[in-house]
Design a binder for this molecule. Structure first.
Ligand code: PSV
Ligand code: MN
Length: 427
C-alpha cells in the first residue's frame, strides 16, 4: 500500500490556518530571543531516523504476543510500511535490517523499491542470539565468545554474510549486538570470553569495506543474567579502540542500569570520537523498549543537549551518529507508535537546538548553577511543536501524522489487504 500524497494535502487543509497562526506566534517569540528559526526547521527537515525492520509488527514478551492485524508479512510490505511513515512524517527515510529475519530475495529490486519511497538502507544487524534452521552449531553458550572455535567461526561467517547483504543494498554499517554472557558465576572465564570476542570481531572487521563502520552495542543484562560479555560502554569502546578507526560504540537507551547518566556517556564517547550510533526507546525499569519519550522526555532532551554540543564542537571528529528507533509495542498500533517516537526524538532535538550555548558556557565558567540549570529548563519548556509541524509541512508531509493516518483508515486497509493474522518477523 502506498499513500497518495494528495490525500495528505487534502487532510492538511483543515489544520492549515490554525498551524499558520501557531507557527507565526512561535517564530516571532523565538526570533525576538535571537534564535535562528529557519535553521532549526531546516535541520529537522533534513533529519532522518532509521526504522528497524523488526518494529513494524506487534512485539511480544516471553509471556505472550498479541498480534495487531495487517502486519507486514515480508520485507516488501515492511518497506511499504516505512514508506507510509515517511510520507506522513518526512523523517523516516531509512530502514535498518536484521538478518536473517529480513534477507532480501533480490537485493537490486529491494533497493529500487525502497528508493522509490525515499528510503535508504541504514545499519545492518546480525543475529547470533538465536539459532537458525539448518545451522551446524548452537549459540546456547555464546557466539563470538564461545569456547569452541567452530562456533565462533560460524558466527563470524554469519556477520560477514550480513556485511555482504548490506553491500548489495547500499548500507554502510554493521551493528553487532551479542547476547553472549553467563547465567551463573563460574560458567565463563571472563578474560577468555572477552579475548575470544575481540579475536572474532577482528575477523569481522577485516571484512568491512573501506567506507563502512561497525557499531558495537552493549547491554548490562538479558538474556544472560549474571554477566554479559559486552556489558557496558566501557567494554564496547575498549573493543572499538582495539579494532580500529572503523569501529564505534552504539548506545541503546534501554541498555543501562536504572538511573545511569546516559547523557554523560554520550558526551564522553563523542569527546573521543567513539559514538557511532543510537537506538532510541524509553523505559521505566529495564530494557522496556517503550515509545521514545513516553517516560523520561527530560532525559532525552539532556541527551540531545550533549549530542548537539558534541556535533557543534567536534574536536575528536566524531561521525554523525546513526539514528535508529529500537522500540517494541505489544498493545499499540506499531505504525502509530513509531510516529510518536519520531515526534519525541525531533522534539528533544529541536529543544536542544534552542539552548543558548554561549550563555550556558558563561554560566558554567561563572559557576552560576541556577542560571545554567534555567537555561536548559527554558529550552525544554518551550513549545517546539509548530516548528516540527512546519518542517513536515514544507516537506510535503502531514501537519498531524497520526490524525492523517487515522483519517485515511490505513490500518483498516492494511488488515483488508494482508489479513488479521499476519505476523511480522522479529522478536
Ligand atoms: C537487544 O536488546 C537489541 O537492542 C539489539 O539492538 C537487537 O538487535 C534488538 O534489540 C533485537 O530486537
Ligand atoms: Mn538495540
Amino acid at each position: 500500500m502506498v499513500i497518495d500524497k494528495n490525500k495528505i494535502q487534502e487532510i492538511n487543509k483543515k489544520a492549515l490556518s490554525a498551524h499558520r497562526r501557531h507557527f507565526a506566534a512561535t517564530a516571532d517569540f523565538l526570533t525576538e530571543k535571537g534564535i535562528d528559526v529557519e535553521k532549526i526547521i531546516t535541520t529537522i527537515q533534513e533529519y532522518n531516523i532509521a526504522i528497524p525492520s523488526w518494529a513494524l509488527g506487534a512485539g511480544g514478551t516471553r509471556f505472550g504476543r498479541f498480534g495487531y492485524g495487517g502486519e507486514p508479512g515480508n520485507l516488501t510490505q515492511k518497506i511499504e510500511d516505512i514508506g507510509m511513515i515517511h510520507a506522513l512524517t518526512n523523517s523516516a527515510g531509512a530502514i535498518s535490517l536484521h538478518i536473517p529475519w529480513d534477507i532480501p530475495e533480490d537485493a537490486e529490486a529491494t533497493k529500487k523499491h525502497a528508493a522509490s519511497l525515499g528510503i535508504v538502507f541504514d545499519a545492518m544487524n546480525s543475529n547470533t542470539f538465536q539459532d537458525q534452521k539448518g545451522q551446524a552449531y548452537s549459540y546456547k553458550y555464546g557466539s563470538l565468545c564461545h569456547v569452541d572455535k567452530a562456533v565462533r567461526d560460524q558466527a563470524v561467517a554469519h556477520n560477514k554474510a550480513v556485511i555482504d547483504h548490506g553491500i548489495a543494498l547500499g548500507s554502510k554499517s554493521l551493528t553487532v549486538w551479542l547476547a553472549d554472557g553467563s547465567n551463573f558465576p563460574g560458567q565463563l572465564n571472563f578474560r577468555r570470553a572477552l579475548n575470544n570476542t575481540l579475536e572474532s570481531l577482528k575477523e569481522i572487521y577485516a571484512h568491512l569495506p573501506e567506507d563502512w563502520k561497525v557499531f558495537i552495542e552493549y547491554k548490562p543484562y538479558e538474556p544472560n543474567f549474571y554477566s554479559m560479555v559486552i556489558q557496558d560502554w566501557g567494554t564496547s569502546s575498549l573493543l572499538a579502540r582495539e579494532l580500529g578507526p572503523k569501529a564505534f560504540t552504539l548506545v541503546d537507551l534501554g541498555h543501562h542500569l536504572p538511573n545511569t547518566n546516559i547523557e554523560q556517556i554520550v558526551a564522553t564517547l563523542m569527546s573521543r570520537g567513539l559514538l557511532g550510533g543510537f537506538h532510541f526507546n524509553d523505559s521505566k525499569y529495564g530494557d522496556d523498549d517503550l515509545t521514545v519519550g513516553a517516560i523520561k522526555p527530560y532525559q532525552l532532551f539532556l541527551i540531545f543537549n550533549e549530542l548537539v554540543d558534541g556535533m557543534e564542537n567536534n574536536d575528536a571528529n566524531n561521525p554523525i551518529p546513526a539514528w535508529m528507533i529500537d522500540a517494541s509495542h505489544n498493545v499499540k498500533d506499531p505504525l502509530e507508535d513509531l510516529m510518536q517516537s519520531i515526534e519525541a526524538i525531533e522534539t528533544a532535538y529541536a529543544k536542544a537546538l534552542l539552548i543558548d550555548r554561549k550563555a550556558l558556557e558563561q554560566a558554567q565558567l561563572d559557576n552560576d548553577i541556577t542560571v545554567a540549570q534555567n537555561i536548559l529548563k527554558d529550552a525544554f519548556n518551550t513549545d517546539v511543536r509548530p516548528l516540527l509541524t512546519e518542517a513536515r509541512r514544507r516537506g510535503g508531509a502531514a501537519i498531524d501524522p497520526i490524525t492523517a493516518y487515522r483519517a485515511m483508515e490505513i490500518r483498516k486497509e492494511l488488515i483488508a489487504e494482508r489479513g488479521v493474522n499476519t505476523t511480522a518477523t522479529g522478536l
